[in-house]
Design a protein around this ligand. Structure first.
Ligand SMILES: O=C(O)C(=O)C[C@]1(C(=O)O)C=C[C@@H](O)C=C1
Length: 367
């Protein structure tokens, strides 16, 4: 065969491979869709996803059908991958959130994952990180920043203790109600809520309920739960909590400033691919010498990367040493971002990339 003919033949064969790959792709997706249906029946009947007997029979049937050149090992390998993918698709993603139910984090988790998945409440932020680390949950949803009260320090500190990725961000508007069993202002003797919510309504409480005793709870929904048991307790919480705990609203939109919005992070072990509209979060510690932070940030400026956020927290290892949390525009797989992070590293005692993830798009969550 001359060079021209062999090139022609190569192209013809590759076209055949492309056609077969298209068929394989379509067949794999068809198989996964059927797997999903099998998964639904299993859920309804309470049967386990894994059925080893069925899997063994399925592979043996293929061995009998097989006329080669594929060997048994190859068949076993390929079909195990396909079956594992089918099992994965049957299993709903588990998402841990800061409970109890109807907390703002729960609402953010439901909206972000479009109500699809298994949502598991956790008593505190540490447990959310731990569940994800132990692979008990695929994802965790944690608050990281509020437009009025600023950073959620506990969340930032946990990033130092755990090696998890930020997989997404989610912004959720927050509006508070004062809720109680009777909905009557004169019954209220105590006000319960999460410290952030109490702070967001400080002026309103002082003006309207100066006489009430104030108690902090681990979440706004915990406050609602406690209020559902005692008519002298009012909770500052969201509308979802009112429905869940059958509470009446004494007053709505009691926050001191309107436009209150909380930024949540989805943490997990996945690494999102670049989308063209991404953010990268890193944390680093600088040495305690004059100009250290300035030097560490200079590369960001030089690369003309947009700096979206800078936050500091004590490292808790040495007095007066700090972790800086920095969000920059772009994905860590972009060369400009990767080079800049390398440069920051040179001026840092330690540096950790927390993740690259798509910039929040409100429309994507309204569908
Ligand atoms: O047949 C089932 O029960 C399925 O759920 C499908 C399937 C498969 O991919 O073939 C997946 C998981 C089970 O362990 C067995 C088989």
């Amino acid at each position: 065969m001359n060079e021209k003919n062999s090139e022609h033949e190569l192209n013809r064969l590759r076209n055949q491979i492309d056609t077969i790959d298209s068929q394989l792709l379509s067949l794999i997706n068809q198989r996964l869709e059927i797997g999903q249906k099998v998964g639904t029946i299993k859920k309804q009947t309470g049967s386990q996803i894994l059925d080893r007997t069925r899997e063994r029979k399925l592979i043996e049937r293929l061995f009998k059908l097989n006329r080669g050149p594929a060997g048994k090992d190859l068949l076993r390998y390929v079909f195990n991958v396909i079956i594992t993918a089918t099992r994965e698709i049957q299993k709903p993603k588990t998402i841990s959130f800061l409970g109890p139910e109807a907390s703002y984090t729960h609402v953010a988790a439901l909206t972000h994952f479009k109500h699809s998945g298994k949502f598991v409440e956790q008593p505190n932020l540490y447990e959310i990180f731990r569940e994800v680390e132990k692979n008990q949950s695929h994802f965790g949803v944690v608050p990281v920043e509020n437009s009025i009260e600023g950073a959620v320090n506990h969340t930032l500190d946990l990033f130092a203790d755990f090696d998890l990725n930020i997989c997404a961000e989610h912004y959720e508007p927050v509006s508070h109600d004062l809720l109680s069993i009777t909905g009557e202002a004169e019954d209220v003797q105590k006000i319960y809520s999460h410290p952030q919510a109490l702070a967001q309504c400080k002026t309103w409480i002082k003006k309207k309920f100066a006489h009430a005793e104030i108690f902090e709870t681990t979440s706004t929904s915990k406050a609602a739960l406690l209020a559902s048991d005692d008519k002298t307790i009012a909770a500052i919480a969201g509308k979802q909590a009112a429905h869940l705990y059958e509470l009446q609203s004494i007053e709505s939109k009691i926050e001191d400033y309107s436009g209150n919005i909380t930024r949540f992070l989805v943490i997990g072990k996945e690494m999102p691919e670049p989308t063209g509209q991404d953010k990268t979060s890193i944390m680093f510690a600088t040495s305690h010498v004059p100009g250290a932070l300035f030097k560490a940030l200079e590369p960001v400026n030089r690369a003309q990367l947009n700096m979206l956020k800078l936050e500091s927290r004590p490292t808790r290892h040495h007095n007066w040493s700090y972790y800086f949390f920095l969000d920059i525009e772009g994905h860590k797989l972009d060369k400009r971002v990767a080079d800049t992070i390398e440069e920051i590293k040179q001026y840092s005692l330690s540096l950790k990339i927390l993740g690259s993830y798509p910039v929040f798009a409100k429309e994507a969550h309204e569908a």
